[in-house]
Design a protein around this ligand. Structure first.
Ligand code: DC
Length: 231
C-alpha cells in the first residue's frame, strides 16, 4: 500500500495521451480519467441546448450537472445526469466548438472541482488533459508532457475517425488541430503548457509500447525513492 499517487499526462490532441494513459493505468491498476471527455460533454450539451455563446448558462450547467466516468473495454463511458453521451462527444462538430467552451473560466472551475473529487476517491490515478500538471494537480507525483509533429497527430486522428466509420479528410483534421492547438495554448485561463517539472516525450517516432515504457520508468523511479514497490 502507498499514499495517493497521481500521474498527470498533458499534451496537444493526437500526441498519444489517451492511448498511453489508458495502458499505464491498466498496468498499474490505477483509475484512468480522460478530462477531455468532460469538456467535450459540456460542449455537446451547449450545442444541443443552443447556449454556446451564453457563458454563464454553460458554466452553471457544468457546475450543476452530475458526471459519471467509467472505463470499460478500453473506452471512457461518460454519463451526464444519467444520459449516456459516450458516442456523441467525438464528432467533428464537437471538435470545432470544444476549444471555445474550454476557455470559459466558470466551466474550467466546475470541471476541475469534479476532476479533483474523482481523483480523491482513489489511491492511484492517471489523469490526462491539458492542464493537469499545471493546474489540476500541480503536486502530481509524475508529470508527463507528450508531443508529436502535426502531420503525425493529424494522421492518428483521421485514422481514429475512419475506425469509427466516419470519413474525415486528413487536411480538415489537420486544420482543426492547428486551430485547437492555437486556442488551447493561448487562452487566458489554464492554457495548454508544459509544467516546468514535466518530462517531455516526443511520440512522433515511438511505438505505443515505447511510450508506455518511458512513462512507467518515470513512475518506478519516483516510487523507488518513496518505497521498494515496483510495477
Ligand atoms: O483531449 P481531447 O482532444 O479530447 O480534448 C478536447 C478539448 O478539451 C481540447 O481541445 C481542449 C479541452 N481540454 C482542456 O481544455 N483541458 C483539459 N484538461 C482537457 C481538455
Amino acid at each position: 500500500m502507498f499514499r495517493r499517487f497521481i500521474v498527470a499526462i498533458d499534451g496537444p490532441a493526437g500526441s498519444g495521451k489517451s492511448t498511453s494513459a489508458k495502458l499505464v493505468a491498466q498496468r498499474l491498476n490505477f483509475l484512468y480519467i480522460d478530462t477531455g471527455a468532460m469538456y467535450r460533454a459540456i460542449t455537446f450539451l451547449a450545442m444541443k441546448n443552443n447556449i454556446l455563446v451564453d457563458h454563464d448558462t454553460v458554466s452553471k450547467l457544468a457546475e450543476s450537472c452530475t458526471m459519471q466516468l467509467e472505463f470499460i473495454d478500453g473506452n471512457t463511458k461518460i454519463h451526464v445526469d444519467g444520459d449516456d453521451l459516450t458516442s456523441k462527444i467525438r464528432s467533428p462538430e464537437v471538435n470545432s466548438h470544444v476549444s471555445d467552451i474550454s476557455k470559459i473560466a466558470g466551466v474550467r472551475e466546475a470541471l476541475v472541482k469534479k476532476q479533483r473529487a474523482l481523483a480523491a476517491e482513489n489511491q492511484g490515478v492517471v489523469m490526462e488533459g491539458r492542464d493537469i500538471g499545471t493546474v489540476v494537480f500541480p503536486d502530481a507525483d509524475v508529470k508527463i508532457y507528450l508531443t508529436a509533429t502535426i502531420d503525425e497527430r493529424s494522421f492518428r486522428r483521421a485514422k481514429e475517425f475512419a475506425e469509427q466509420g466516419k470519413k474525415v479528410a486528413v487536411e480538415s483534421v489537420r486544420d482543426n488541430l492547428i486551430q485547437r492547438d492555437k486556442l488551447d495554448s493561448t487562452r487566458a485561463v489554464s492554457p495548454l503548457s508544459k509544467a516546468q517539472d514535466a518530462i517531455e516525450v516526443d511520440t512522433s517516432n515511438t511505438t505505443i509500447e515505447e511510450q508506455v515504457e518511458i512513462i512507467l520508468q518515470s513512475i518506478n523511479k519516483k516510487l523507488s525513492k518513496a518505497s521498494d514497490t515496483k510495477y
